[in-house]
Design a protein around this ligand. Structure first.
Ligand SMILES: [Zn+2]
Length: 163
């Protein structure tokens, strides 16, 4: 992880700073195990601000990631949009006091934006990425399987009764 991705989030929030950053996929150790290719990068925009709840970061990113289709095993590129807002708290005790609806993370004086983005991308990844059926190489098998399911059992029944 590159040191330039570590920031002082409370100072940035107090100043209302905005950062644009680029991250290499190969550095995202946990995310890359979910991908079929770790070439390329992801850009993200971080807006730091404060409101009545405390210091917050608004995070926006539109990653294009390569994964294997869970239907035909060929590689596909999927878009994984991230748009989230997280509240920063200093201790786990503070985190526990918050309601479940509040998206919050614990952050000390320093925070790795690479890790924050990676966490959000992992959450945003589809569980079972697939081609649209018209583009999927497995569509022929699916059509055949459906045809078998709907026709064969009845054909057999008809044979029994006609005998
Ligand atoms: Zn497919």
């Amino acid at each position: 992880m590159s040191a330039q991705h570590v920031v002082k989030p409370y100072i940035l929030a107090a100043n209302g700073s905005k950062l644009q950053m680029k991250f290499e996929l190969k550095d995202m150790i946990r995310l890359k195990t979910m991908l079929s290719s770790n070439l390329g990068s992801v850009s993200a925009e971080f807006t730091f601000f404060t409101d009545k709840y405390g210091s917050k970061i608004k995070l926006k990113s539109r990653a294009k990631l390569k994964v294997l289709c869970q239907r035909c095993s060929a590689e596909i590129e999927i878009k994984v949009p991230v748009a989230s807002e997280v509240l920063l708290v200093k201790t786990d005790a503070e985190l526990e006091k918050l309601s479940d609806e509040t998206d919050a993370i614990t952050a000390g004086d320093e925070l790795s934006l690479a890790e924050l983005l990676e966490d959000e991308l992992i959450l945003a990844m589809p569980m079972l990425p697939k081609h649209d059926l018209v583009e999927c190489q497995a569509r022929q098998y699916i059509k055949d399987a459906k045809a078998e399911d709907t026709h064969r059992p009845f054909a057999k029944l008809e044979n029994i009764w006609s005998n």
